[in-house]
Design a protein around this ligand. Structure first.
Ligand SMILES: C[S@@+](CC[C@H](N)C(=O)[O-])C[C@H]1O[C@@H](n2cnc3c(N)ncnc32)[C@H](O)[C@@H]1O
Length: 301
C-alpha cells in the first residue's frame, strides 16, 4: 500500500509519496483502449494513437501567433506567477544544464535563464569578478511545433537574447529526446505533458536525460479540489474560454480541446504515481488556486 503524508499550508496542498511502491498505474490503462488500433484521447474524442500528435500539432500551429496573449487573458495573468513559482522550485545555479520541454514560445526558458544569470551575478560578486561557470550554462527549449518555436525566437530577439549562446532552440518530441543520458541538471515541462500521446514515455525520457540529483518539475492544469469552486471553474472553462479563443485567435475548436484535455488528465495523485513509476523519487505536488494548476516534482537519485 502506498503511504502518503499530507500537509496543508496557506490554502495549498502538498503531498509526498514516501513509498516507491506507489500504485503502478500506466498511462495506457487510463487513456487508451486495448482494442486494435490503440486509441487515445484528444479532448473528449477517442482517436487512433498515431493521429494525436498531428491533431495537437494543428492546435498549436493555429494558435501560435496569439498564444501568449490568450494565456494572459484566460488566466488573468496568473500563468506568469505560476511559472515564476515553477522556476523558484528549480533552484537554478550558474553553469546549469537545463531542458524545458514543450517549451513553446519560451516563457519558462526565459525565466530559467534569467534566474541562472542572477545566480551568476551573485557568484561573480562573491568571487570578485570571476565566474568560470558562465559559458557552460545551457537552457534548451524543446518543442515539437516549429511555429511555436518561431514565435519564441522572435520574443528572444525582442528581449535581446537572440545571440545568447546559452539559449538553445530544439525541435523535438518529449517522447524521444535527442539528448544524451544523464546530461541535464533540470527538466521542466509547463502546460505540455497533457498534450503528449504517451505520457509514460515522456516521463521515462525525462528520467533518462537527467543526471543523478537532477530535478523534474511539471506545471499543469489539474483538478480543482475545493467544493463549490468546481462549478464556477467549469462554467468559466466551457462557456468563456472557447468563446475567447474564437474572438482572439479565430479558433474555438483549439480552446475547446484545451478545456476538455484538462478533464482527461490524470488526478494529482495518479500523476504523482506515474512520475514515481518512471523512476523518480521524493515525488511531491503542490496545488495552486485550489488545484486549477499543480506543480509536480521529483528527483533522480
Ligand atoms: C500549452 S503549450 C505550452 C507552452 C509553454 N510551455 C508555456 O507554458 O507557455 C504546449 C506546447 O506543447 C508542445 N507539444 C505538444 N506535444 C509535444 C511533444 N510530444 N513533444 C514536445 N512538445 C510538444 C506544443 O507544440 C506546445 O508548444
Amino acid at each position: 500500500m502506498t503511504t502518503m503524508a499530507a500537509t496543508r499550508r496557506m490554502g495549498r496542498q502538498s503531498w509526498r509519496i514516501f513509498s516507491m511502491q506507489a500504485r503502478r498505474c500506466s498511462v495506457a490503462h487510463d487513456h487508451t483502449s486495448s482494442s486494435d488500433p490503440k486509441l487515445t484521447n484528444f479532448g473528449y474524442r477517442e482517436v487512433p494513437e498515431n493521429e494525436k500528435s498531428k491533431l495537437v500539432g494543428n492546435v498549436f500551429t493555429n494558435v501560435a501567433g496569439t498564444y501568449d496573449l490568450m494565456n494572459d487573458l484566460m488566466s488573468i495573468g496568473l500563468h506568469r506567477l505560476w511559472k515564476d513559482r515553477l522556476v523558484s522550485k528549480l533552484h537554478p545555479f550558474p553553469g546549469m544544464q537545463h531542458l524545458d520541454v514543450a517549451g513553446g514560445t519560451g516563457d519558462v526558458a526565459f525565466r530559467v535563464l534569467h534566474a541562472i544569470h542572477k545566480a551568476e551575478h551573485r557568484a561573480v560578486g562573491k568571487l570578485g569578478g570571476k565566474s568560470e561557470a558562465k559559458n557552460e550554462t545551457r537552457v534548451h527549449v524543446c518543442d515539437i511545433n516549429p511555429n511555436m518555436l518561431e514565435v519564441g525566437k522572435q520574443r528572444a530577439h525582442k528581449l535581446g537574447l537572440e545571440n545568447v549562446e546559452d539559449l538553445v532552440w530544439m525541435e523535438g518530441d518529449a517522447e524521444a529526446l535527442s539528448l544524451e543520458d544523464n546530461s541535464m541538471d533540470g527538466y521542466t515541462i509547463a502546460f505540455g505533458i497533457r498534450n503528449v500521446t504517451h505520457i509514460d514515455r515522456a516521463l521515462k525520457e525525462a528520467h533518462r536525460v537527467l543526471r543523478r540529483g537532477g530535478r523534474f518539475l511539471c506545471l499543469e492544469l489539474s483538478h480543482v479540489s475545493i467544493p463549490g469552486f468546481q462549478q464556477v471553474y467549469d462554467a468559466y472553462s466551457f462557456a468563456v474560454i472557447p468563446a475567447m479563443g474564437e474572438l482572439v485567435s479565430g479558433d474555438r475548436a483549439s480552446y475547446q480541446y484545451l478545456v476538455e484535455s484538462i478533464r482527461r488528465f490524470p488526478s494529482q495523485e495518479k500523476f504523482a504515481a506515474m512520475i514515481a513509476d518512471a523512476g523518480f523519487q521524493e515525488v511531491q505536488y503542490e496545488n495552486l488556486v485550489g488545484g486549477v494548476v499543480a506543480i509536480h516534482s521529483g528527483l533522480k537519485l
